[in-house]
Design a protein around this ligand. Structure first.
Ligand code: IPE
Ligand code: IPE
Ligand code: MG
Length: 243
C-alpha cells in the first residue's frame, strides 16, 4: 500500500466467513463470530490510520434473521457488547458511528445500544463508520421510495423534482458512493449490500475468512485498488495513482 497514491474515500466491508473459519477449527460458529468481532476492532483502527474517512460494514443482513434462533441470539448479544464496550473507543478516535437498516425486528436492547453509540460519537469528525445491521439493499430502496412518495402525497415535492440527489438524500444515511468493496471468505457476490451505493465500486474477493483477515491483507487489497482503472463510463484510461 502506498499512502501517497489515491486512497478510496468510502470502503465497504462484507465480513464473511466467520462460521466456516470456526468450523474448520472444530469450534462452534459462535466462536467465529467472536473472533471476527475482535479482528474488526483491530482492522478499524488500521483503516482510520490509513486516512480512509468512510467505512461501511455489513454486520447482519435482513436475510440473516433466517438463521437458527441460537445463532441469531448469539449475534444480537455480541452486537450489544460490541456497541456498548468494544466500539466505544471510536469516540476517542473521532469516528462518528451511524447505522443503516430497519428497526424491526431487532431486539430493543440492540436498538438501544445502537442509539447510545450513535449519540456518544455524533461529534466525531475524523471519519464515519456506517454499520449495516438488519440491512438489505433492496429494503433500503423500498424505504427510500416510501419516504419520497410520502413527500409527494403531502405536497412537499412534485414528481418532476425527483432527482438522483433527492433519492440519495432519502437513503438511510447520506454517504459518498462506495469506491471499494472487500468481501472476505472467497464468495463472489454482494448479498444485498448497498446495491445503489455500489454502482461504480471496485470489488475485491480475498480467499480469507474474516477472522483471519489481517491488516497486511487489507494493505494488499488497497494496493490492488490503486492499480485499478476506474473509467466511470468514459473512455480515457486513467490509473488511480494519476488522479
Ligand atoms: C459472516 O459470517 C457474519 C454474518 C453473516 C453475521 P458467516 O456467519 O456468514 O460465516 P460463513 O459464511 O457461514 O462461514
Ligand atoms: C452477507 O453474508 C451478510 C454479512 C456478511 C453480514 P451471508 O453469509 O449472509 O451471505 P450469503 O448467504 O453467503 O449470500
Ligand atoms: Mg456467510
Amino acid at each position: 500500500m502506498n499512502q501517497n497514491q489515491k486512497m478510496p474515500t468510502h470502503i465497504g466491508i462484507i465480513m464473511d466467513g466467520n462460521g466456516r473459519w470456526a468450523q474448520e477449527r472444530g469450534k462452534p460458529r459462535s466462536f467465529g463470530h467472536q473472533e471476527g468481532a475482535k479482528n474488526l476492532k483491530k482492522l478499524l483502527y488500521h483503516i482510520y490510520d490509513c486516512k480512509i474517512p468512510y467505512v461501511s460494514l455489513y454486520a447482519f443482513s435482513t436475510e440473516n434473521f433466517q438463521r437458527s434462533k441460537e445463532e441469531v441470539t448469539f449475534l444480537m448479544n455480541l452486537f450489544v457488547t460490541l456497541f456498548r464496550k468494544e466500539l466505544k473507543s471510536l469516540k476517542d478516535l473521532g469516528v462518528k458511528v451511524v447505522f443503516s437498516g430497519r428497526k424491526e425486528p431487532l431486539p430493543s436492547k440492540v436498538w438501544n445500544a445502537m442509539q447510545e453509540l450513535e449519540e456518544s460519537t455524533k461529534e466525531g469528525s475524523r471519519g464515519v463508520l456506517n454499520i449495516c445491521i438488519n440491512y438489505g439493499g433492496q429494503y433500503e430502496l423500498v424505504d427510500m421510495a416510501k419516504k419520497i412518495a410520502n413527500q409527494v402525497q403531502e405536497g412537499k415535492l412534485s414528481i418532476d423534482e425527483i432527482t438522483k440527489e433527492v433519492i440519495e438524500k432519502n437513503m438511510y444515511q447520506s454517504l459518498p458512493p462506495l469506491d471499494f468493496i472487500i468481501r472476505t471468505s472467497g464468495e463472489m457476490r454482494i448479498s444485498n449490500f448497498m446495491i445503489y451505493q455500489a454502482a461504480y465500486a471496485e470489488y475485491y474477493f480475498p480467499n480469507i475468512y474474516f477472522p483471519a483477515f489481517q491488516t497486511s491483507d487489507f494493505d494488499e487489497a488497497i494496493l490492488t485498488y490503486q492499480n485499478r482503472n476506474r473509467r466511470f463510463g468514459k473512455n480515457e484510461e486513467k490509473n488511480l495513482s494519476n488522479q
